[in-house]
Ligand binder design. Sequence first.
Ligand code: 3PY
Length: 251
Amino acid sequence: AIRKAVIAGNWKMNKTPAEAKVLLEGIKPLVKDAGCGVVCCVPYVDLPVVLEAAKGTNIGVGAENCHWEKSGAYTGEVSAEMLASMGVQYVIIGHSERRQYFGETDETVNKRVRAALDAGLTVILCVGESLQQREQGITGELVAMQTKIALGGVSKEELSRIIIAYEPIWAIGTGKTATSEQANEVCKTIRDTVAAVYDKSAADALTIQYGGSMKPANAAELLAQPDVDGGLIGGASLKPEDFAAIVKAAT
Ligand code: 3PY
């Protein structure tokens, strides 16, 4: 691909701080010569140890969500400002698990994207269709709509701090993977959508990841697609050798 690939791990709700330190120390030596960007997105409570362990390395550190207000009466929430103040550089927004289980909507995704950008973070914005939506033939329209709404109020300059991850919901944690052609088709739809809203140069520069059961066995084929510029990695990001093998495939 023309663009530099980014491989980001999404640890989800896994690893205590002590376990997180062990995992990051395991990943570090295996990815130190990576030719692509490497990011680990981890639970809030793991951020201090992971930031410390990643210091001086090529591993970027991210959170898995953030709230849109800077502070206030939002029990249980964490703001983008708070993350940035710790040295966190990335945040996943709109993961399908948040949309499915925590009432995330395109509108709240947009508010979180806006807040994350204002705090100086780079956003890994997730979009993707369910199996029913795919079978109804609305994947392209749906993903284009999710992308447009999420990017509402985002300037062309700010797009350099946006990574979009296409994650077909039916391929998340199910072991099912989109074929590389299916993945590329939707990644291209996302790129065309960004070209229509902004322009071709903005679309050409945008990193678009595929996510959904990407693993060493299928990474190379997915990453060889012209519009797939990296991956958002679930389960395989918890195994240093597997994560490193995917990083290697992106190099
Ligand atoms: C998966 O691969 O299961 C993911 O959800 C990555 O975010």
